[in-house]
Design a protein around this ligand. Structure first.
Ligand code: ADP
Ligand code: MG
Length: 323
């Protein structure tokens, strides 16, 4: 017999509260932030067909739903504490639920955070997570703190780059073909992004501004430029490109690295003389970082190749309401 709403919450989403004063099972969860810290809060929703394909393994979907939220805390330099899950699904499918919970809790455990509540309803498959973190006053990384002359940096997986998630998406869409190994590597980037929480924490007091890459580097950088009232030059040939993406034509490498979307790396600015500290922060966090350009007083985004020639932006960044 199919599980009811409360049985499924109990079976798949209830674990003993650890840090929370009160977790799943009451009308509210109760959390005690550390004394003197600000709460950092962010929500991200994943809608089937819009943010993920129906072919995704439930474990990877559970991972990604939490990862994209943790990525926002990372971009603010916040320490994750807890999260809620609002889930709508067409029917109770226990193999789906157990896979989803497995992926979700594996990532939660890796970050030492707990699920404290949520909502469960019947409807189209849709997951909305809200994450709660904390950060000392004045130390949050924000979009509006960059200064002219700052260096512009992007994080990347060790040995990898940005743009692989889009490469996988296009392979799924059939607009390009990848070898079996390349497809699996790119697909992992798309389905199992690693939130850069440790890097965000290590950049407190060092980065002047930060944002996580969800819609594409050029577009996300645009938000920092706008909020910081600056322009920038990006050296396109300095972008980190994975070996998989590097096997594609140059124009496509650039298009996906600049506007691919779904990267969940951190794009951040730091004083131009802080490179050694930035590299040390990245090494401590176990991720790569690359200096890709410079913040400037002159408004606008300038893309240059290694010869100093302008490079056109081939793709627009993702916008749900602009096809
Ligand atoms: P209420 O009707 O008071 O809003 P619900 O009946 O929706 O509460 O949920 C019962 C309890 O289960 C609450 O503590 C709620 O936070 C929790 N809950 C519901 N859905 C989920 C979920 N998907 N994951 C974790 N906790 C959940
Ligand atoms: Mg209630």
């Amino acid at each position: 017999m199919a599980l009811g709403e409360f049985d499924l919450i109990k079976r798949y989403f209830t674990r003993p509260a650890r840090r929370a004063v009160l977790g799943v099972g009451d009308d509210c969860a109760l959390l005690q932030p550390s004394a003197g810290q600000l709460l950092a809060i962010s929500s991200d929703m994943l809608v089937e067909g819009r943010h993920f394909l129906s072919t995704v393994l439930p474990e990877r979907l559970g991972h990604k739903a939490l990862a994209v939220n943790l990525s926002d805390l990372a971009a603010c330099g916040a320490q994750p504490m807890a999260f809620t899950l609002a889930l709508s699904m067409p029917q109770v499918d226990e193999s789906f639920l157990s896979g989803l919970a497995q992926g979700l809790f594996a990532l939660a455990d890796a970050h030492g955070i707990e699920l404290v509540g949520g909502d469960t309803t019947a409807g189209p498959l849709n997951l909305c997570i809200t994450v709660f973190g904390e950060v000392p006053p004045g130390q949050a990384l924000r979009r509006d703190g960059a200064r002219a002359g700052d260096a512009l940096w992007v994080s990347h997986p060790l040995g990898g780059g940005v743009g692989d998630a889009r490469l996988a998406l296009e392979a799924f869409r059939g607009t390009l073909t990848l070898s079996g190994d390349d497809f699996e590597t790119a697909r992992r980037a798309m389905e199992q992004p690693q939130p850069r929480v440790a890097l965000g924490l290590a950049l407190r007091g060092l980065a002047t501004a930060a944002i996580d890459l969800s819609d594409g580097l050029a577009g996300d950088l645009g938000h920092v430029l706008q909020r910081s009232q600056l322009g920038a030059t990006v050296h396109v040939d300095a972008l980190p490109i994975s070996p998989v993406l590097a096997r594609q034509p140059l124009a496509l490498q650039r298009a996906f690295a600049l506007s691919g979307g779904d990267d969940y790396e951190l794009l951040f600015t730091a004083p131009h003389d802080a490179a050694t500290r930035v590299l040390a922060a990245a090494a401590a966090a176990g991720v790569g970082v690359r200096c890709i350009g410079r913040m400037e007083a002159e408004p606008g985004l300038r893309l240059l190749d290694a010869q100093g020639q302008p490079v056109p932006l081939a793709l627009r960044s993702f916008d749900h309401f602009k096809p």
